[in-house]
Design a protein around this ligand. Structure first.
Ligand code: UGA
Length: 437
């Protein structure tokens, strides 16, 4: 099948290259000429394990084409995925859809045969209806169908999530025509056991937001229970195991940690609350999740300050600053609140991240240093804050690195057993476990 992805960002690129790997001819379109030229040379604009190899393999096999020629790509494809960015709008509470509607207008003028237009970008409830109206301006409704097919890829695990999803959701108001085509596109995934769910188009749009809001709620719940555990000397990991073993609750997304971040949960929870508010529905639970998560970075900051006991000469080293491991993405990372907070309180901070120095921190140059390897960071620090859960942070020999000097560790991801530091010159704090601040 010939398909095209408009927008070669995270979603477009990962999905496009994997559909090409299944044997389709995929046009990955982007208006950014430099990005397209880089992709043709095998240079990937994002960090995603395994993606580069797949891009190079399928580009060499001529199954994926990178292009700025939007019109040609539309005309040659039967299925057109809209995967352009939907950033938060200026007030931060809803998604900016101008990119999506611009693309819809161009598609509208270039429908030369029956086409399925699919929204892959996360778009608010009712966006499919608006796209349909734009397409109807120039075309009879028999020439196209607009479908919602939300993605559930996690950054850092996107390739596995694409190949082995729990479910594929197709939202369509014309299932008889659309479903056989979409089913054949997704056959390699369905055949491996993924559920194939067909729902009304607006339901699919809402499934995406409700999924992310539910996961954000689950994380916020365990973070709040971790606060309670800290006051009662109970281990949050035992609680997560105890409740997660109930199949009705499920064990995933119950890892207590810093505030959740990334390009999705913060943005999507706010957009969902806004959508509901416009319809006079108060999503008080999700609103409180947003508030609780916003407060969490201040809570972690105050814990660090308490550990430091106002000793301004203490050197603080951060291990990882991205919003989670296996990504170079800094969007809404809790480090963006905690590190400036420490600097404001007069501390010098350094950091190491497996994905390198972060430009967003350049403004703090005099008080924030990037150290390009883990051992030096640990050696030079009095307090190490483990901020993300990269594998290389999971078995650090702190005792050997510090050569019997004092060290404090604040492990925000509970990567170590607190007992392993008993009777050592290392003081160890973590989240929601005994021996805490
Ligand atoms: C999330 C969803 O998991 C994907 O299904 C969805 O497709 C994606 O948003 C999206 O809408 O595009 P992502 O933002 O890549 O994926 O990252 P997650 O792995 O979900 O983590 C989000 C945040 O929650 C991170 O800050 C992470 O550290 C935190 N988290 C996650 C926890 O604190 N505890 C957990 O148990 C799990």
């Amino acid at each position: 099948m010939n398909i095209c992805f408009i927008g070669s960002g995270y979603v477009g690129l990962v999905s496009g290259v994997l559909f090409s790997d299944f044997g389709n001819l995929v046009y990955c379109v982007d208006k950014d000429k430099k990005k397209i030229a880089n992709l043709e040379n095998g240079k990937i604009p994002i960090y995603e394990p395994g993606l580069e190899e797949l891009v190079i393999k399928n580009f060499k096999a001529k199954k994926i084409k990178f292009t700025t020629d939007l019109i040609k790509s539309i005309r040659q494809s039967q299925i057109i995925f809209i995967a352009v960015g939907t950033p938060s709008s200026k007030d931060g509470s809803s998604a900016d859809l101008s990119g999506v509607f611009n693309v819809a207008r161009i598609i509208s003028k270039n429908i030369n045969s029956y086409k399925i237009i699919v929204t892959k970008s996360t778009v608010p409830l009712g966006t499919g209806d608006k796209i349909e109206s734009i397409l109807k301006l120039n075309n009879s409704s028999k020439k196209f169908d607009v479908v919602s097919n939300p993605e559930f890829l996690r950054e850092g695990d996107a390739i596995r999530d694409f190949r082995f999803p729990d479910r594929v959701v197709i939202g369509t108001n014309n299932p008889d025509k659309v479903i056989p085509i979409m089913k054949s596109l997704y056959a390699p995934i369905i055949n491996k056991g993924a559920k194939f769910l067909v729902v009304e188009r607006r339901a699919a749009e809402l499934i995406k937001y409700a999924s992310n809001a539910f996961l954000a709620t689950k994380i916020t719940f365990i973070n709040e229970i971790a606060n309670l555990c800290e006051k009662t000397s109970i281990n949050i990991d035992d609680i997560a195991l105890g409740i997660g073993s109930d199949a009705r609750i499920g064990s995933r997304f119950l890892r207590a940690g810093p505030a959740y971040g990334g390009s999705c949960f913060p943005k999507d929870t706010k957009a969902l609350v806004k959508t509901a508010r416009n319809l006079n529905i108060d999503l008080s639970l999700v609103s409180n999740v947003i508030k609780s998560n916003d407060k969490r970075s201040s809570l972690i900051l105050s814990k660090i300050l308490k550990i430091l006991k106002n000793k301004k000469n203490q050197k603080i080293g951060f291990l990882g600053v991205t919003f989670k491991a296996n990504t170079d993405d800094m969007r809404d990372s809790s480090s963006l609140k905690i590190i400036p907070g420490l600097i404001k309180n007069g501390y010098n901070v350094s950091y190491y991240d497996p994905t390198g120095k972060k430009d967003i921190f350049n403004q703090y140059n005099s008080s924030l240093e990037y150290i390009d390897n883990l051992s030096d960071l640990v050696t030079k620090s009095d307090l190490v804050v483990i901020h993300t859960e990269w594998d290389e942070f999971k078995s650090i020999n702190f005792i050997e690195l510090k050569k019997n000097k004092k060290l404090i560790i604040f492990d925000l991801r509970n990567l170590y057993d607190p007992k392993s530091f008993l009777n050592k010159k290392i003081k160890y704090f973590s989240i929601g476990r005994p021996f805490n601040v």
